[in-house]
Design a binder for this molecule. Structure first.
Ligand SMILES: [Zn+2]
Length: 206
């Protein structure tokens, strides 16, 4: 099933909508406040196959609420940049499962009156190259909490904060309490300016 809100209909003509409805890529249309005005059938299928039926009902909430706070502002500014410039933008992001490394490609297309179309597809799916680590002691902090990168989903060592390991067990539903952060490479991916400021501070301190 696809969904088209009446206020979004003027931005997607019937021929284009039919084409998007049949598209294998997941597509959503965003209003100026980032709420969803259109979803294609592939989006609904993806949401229910990935155990996120909540995404199907995501009509009244800005889509950026899906993103972890660590990366939310980054997406807000990406969407605003496309609205201002009227230039499409491409971005790739990770969404791995315990069994597979997965990378998605996102294309953000401008529509008139600050509407956007987000088109996603699975660009890479392969076995993980990372060494798998067993869950347990080294990853659990004094409060019983495990910190995971909200982008690559690796887990931070509680005893050595600069080390992030691939612990697939922490992606399973049965797991300890998880807090989210960004590992250094993913921090650089989402906050390049803050990362280079940090580099400069470090260099100045040496
Ligand atoms: Zn990461």
């Amino acid at each position: 099933m696809s969904f088209l809100a009446p206020d979004f209909a003027p931005f997607l003509g019937p021929a284009w909508r039919a084409e998007l409805d049949a598209n294998a890529h997941t597509v959503v249309g965003l209003r100026p406040d980032n709420t969803i005005g259109y979803r294609n059938a592939a989006w609904d299928r993806f949401a229910s196959e990935n155990g996120a039926p909540g995404l199907v009902a995501w009509n009244g909430t800005p889509i950026v609420e899906i993103f972890h706070p660590e990366i939310r502002d980054w997406y807000v500014s990406l969407f605003d940049r496309v609205r201002e410039s009227h230039e499409p933008a491409d971005h790739s992001y990770q969404c791995s499962s315990p069994a597979a490394y997965r990378e998605f490609a996102l294309r953000v297309l401008p529509l008139p009156e600050r509407r956007l179309l987000l088109i996603h597809h699975l660009a890479v799916e392969r076995p993980h190259h990372w060494q798998a680590h067993e869950p347990g002691g080294p990853y659990i902090d004094a409060h019983g909490i495990v910190t995971q990168c909200c982008h690559c989903r690796r887990t931070r060592r509680a005893d050595r904060h600069t080390s992030w390991d691939w612990v697939p067990a922490y992606l399973e539903p049965a797991r300890p309490e998880i807090s989210h952060g960004l590992c250094p490479p993913c921090f650089r991916h989402y906050h390049p300016r803050a990362a280079s400021r940090r580099d400069e501070e470090k260099a100045a301190g040496q």
